[in-house]
Design a protein around this ligand. Sequence first.
Ligand SMILES: Cc1cc2nc3c(=O)[nH]c(=O)nc-3n(C[C@H](O)[C@H](O)[C@H](O)COP(=O)(O)O)c2cc1C
Length: 189
Amino acid sequence: MASPPYIVGIGGTTRPGSSGERLVRCVLLEAELLGAQSRLFDGKELSALPHYAPESPSRSPEQLDLIEALRRADGVVIGTPAYHGGVSGLVKNALDLVEDMREDNYSYFSGRAVGTVVTAAGWQACGVTLQALRGIVHALRGWPTPIGISVNTVAQKLFNEQGKLIEAAVQTACKSQAEQILSMARGRQ
Ligand SMILES: Cc1cc2nc3c(=O)[nH]c(=O)nc-3n(C[C@H](O)[C@H](O)[C@H](O)COP(=O)(O)O)c2cc1C
């Protein structure tokens, strides 16, 4: 029997429990309900990554951990807040490290579906940041899922006091995105 698909999430900010981190977790939970195993690199872990330095071959244990997980991954979910109309530095720093996978058999994110999640305080940044994130996924030779999740955290109340996602349309989007990631992940096993 094939082993469960392994899905890696990247998302969060220095603020514990950021909405983007929770949404990436939600996609991963939906993937687990469909039989996947998952690993989340949350804001705390992303904050522990040194600045990516292309001229230096040395990598920290945290950087090696992320790259090893991504090499193993059958699918990926990336969540970012919109910072000044683009991907946050914290998330981009993690994605820059994927350069270490350029010479892999599956170069960068080749052959893998990549779910995209954006949180922003306005609709304009919801759109442009989702587009920017998809552009990065294309550059990394990944396949952005048709469902991109983009939420306006000012206009939409996403979570209740207990931190549970209460916006039904966003929950449905998380489920659909997980299904799309897994449909491609199962195809490559
Ligand atoms: C440095 C910084 C820059 C931001 N730039 C934008 C922006 O250009 N457009 C926007 O709509 N929101 C912007 N925001 C707001 C965040 O995108 C918004 O609060 C989002 O919900 C944060 O997501 P999080 O809860 O996952 O941290 C910015 C916030 C910060 C801290």
